[in-house]
Design a protein around this ligand. Structure first.
Ligand code: NI
Length: 169
């Protein structure tokens, strides 16, 4: 598979509805592998299928602090590679936290975004088995961000910064 390009605003593919995945085959595994490579190349920690021009319910997530040593040399946190397919958030914790967030599809922008500090997610893995994730902190935030992408929602819609919301509305 050729190197995937990351689509950025105002590309309409970022706003389109996504289809559920029903076939868990080698093509899906190849797509997931290509998305992982594109995520690494762009120095991202999450990438959703609409961002590479595919309107599918699929996202990949990974945080390997060794890749970001120059930015964050002391991070104790690691998130092993994870592909989530047809995910839904089944519950949100009571606490919310506002933190600066960026997105590969909105280059050069970092804006405050409120997210639940913990979520439960039901999804499928690349072999079509159901997985249940109970996530906190950074993983909870990334999951909410990536699942937003599958519904055409971006940080510019979620931010508490009204000027940014207006500029992108
Ligand atoms: Ni994003």
């Amino acid at each position: 598979m050729e190197q995937l390009l990351i689509h950025t605003l105002p590309d309409s593919v970022l706003r389109q509805p996504t289809a559920k995945i029903g076939t868990f085959d080698a093509d899906l595994a190849d797509l997931i592998g290509a998305m992982r490579i594109a995520m690494h190349a762009a120095r991202g920690i999450g990438l959703a299928a609409p961002q590479i021009g595919k309107s599918l319910k699929l996202a990949v997530i990974e945080f390997d602090p060794a890749r970001f040593e120059d930015e964050n040399p002391t991070s104790p946190l690691t998130i092993p590679f994870l592909a989530v397919i047809n995910p839904t958030i089944t519950s949100y914790g009571r606490e919310w936290e506002v933190l600066e967030e960026g997105c590969l599809s909105v280059p050069e922008l970092s804006v405050p975004v409120p997210r639940a500090t913990d979520v439960h997610v039901l999804a499928m893995n690349p072999t079509g088995q159901r997985i249940r994730l109970r996530a906190k902190g950074l993983l909870a935030r990334i999951l909410q961000h990536e699942i937003d992408h599958l519904y055409g929602r971006l940080i510019v819609d979620r931010t508490t910064d009204k000027k940014i919301r207006k500029r992108f509305a």
